[in-house]
Write a protein that binds this ligand. Structure first.
Ligand code: B1M
Length: 210
């Protein structure tokens, strides 16, 4: 599809104005927001990752593409969420300590909100103590952690340990995700669940509270 190709290309090139225009046009033409997200934006970001790995792109290019991705997500947001759902629970979400990747975390948060969860966004580079604080103070049902680096996913384990130490581990469910994270890792560190993408994160959150 030409429209999806244009959106994909704008993410790869980091064309912030272009991606906004093309996403608006695609929505106006009646294209489904989920298709734009998955086949345009996320596919484009995967290509950016590939180009970085090949040594063709460097950190500045990744940053520029990330900025384009974020403005496109802001346009899509109202189309990905629906107002008619009842309260599903409270989630504190963050990217773990040392990790600045927040696009996937934001997307999971956005989809959870769309499904009726109240989402407390702790941001990125979130220290274990901050997760603990959130679990204590906000009547949180689920602590949700994202990590994109093999070097930071270990901080999921530290956060679970900190929750245990603070005596709040039993009070909350813990779910984790992000590119390097696996189901096996979740089991290994004693998380309650793992989801590979944002829509399955919503299904997981619901099942953890049912
Ligand atoms: Co970086 N980066 N990055 N980066 N970056 C990756 C992750 C990398 C795979 C690129 C590569 O080499 N191919 C690689 C990691 C290698 C590894 O550890 N195995 C990498 C690296 C090496 C780095 C730096 C170390 C580079 C450097 O400085 N030399 C550095 C680290 C900085 C730090 O965090 N301390 C770095 C920096 C950056 C930027 C800041 C420039 C930028 C991030 C900007 C931002 O987020 N604000 C960036 C980007 C953009 C990427 C790539 C290209 C794209 C990530 C992304 O947004 N994807 C990425 C390559 C890639 O992923 N292919 C890469 C789109 C997003 C929708 O997907 O985040 O996977 P994702 O989220 C998905 C699922 O994973 C899941 O659902 C989401 C939606 O489907 N999910 C969850 C995520 N969290 C979840 C939580 C859940 C459930 C599901 O439950 C709680």
């Amino acid at each position: 599809d030409e429209k999806l190709k244009a959106i994909y290309q704008c993410i790869v090139e980091g064309d912030n104005n272009g991606v906004q225009e093309h996403v608006r046009a695609a929505l106006e033409s009646g294209m489904d927001a989920g298709t734009i997200l998955n086949e345009g934006l996320i596919a484009g970001m995967a290509e950016v990752g590939r180009l970085f790995e090949e040594g063709e792109y460097f950190v500045p290019e990744m940053l520029i593409s990330a900025r384009a991705m974020k403005s496109a997500m802001a346009i899509l947001k109202p189309h990905l969420t629906s107002e008619q759902v009842g309260f599903a629970g409270r989630v504190a979400i963050g990217t773990v300590k040392g990790d600045l990747h927040d696009i996937g975390k934001n997307l999971v948060g956005l989809m959870l909100e769309g499904a009726g969860f109240q989402v407390i966004d702790l941001g990125s580079d979130v220290a274990p103590e901050k997760f603990v604080e959130a679990a204590k103070n906000n009547d949180v049902d689920i602590v949700a952690m994202s990590a994109l680096l093999t070097t930071t996913m270990v901080n999921m384990k530290s956060t679970i340990a900190a929750l245990e130490e603070a005596g709040v581990r039993e009070k909350v469910k813990v779910m984790i995700g992000g590119a390097p994270v696996t189901e096996a890792y979740a089991r290994q560190i004693g998380a309650d669940g793992y989801a590979p993408d944002a829509s399955r994160a919503v299904a997981l959150a619901k099942s953890l509270l049912s």
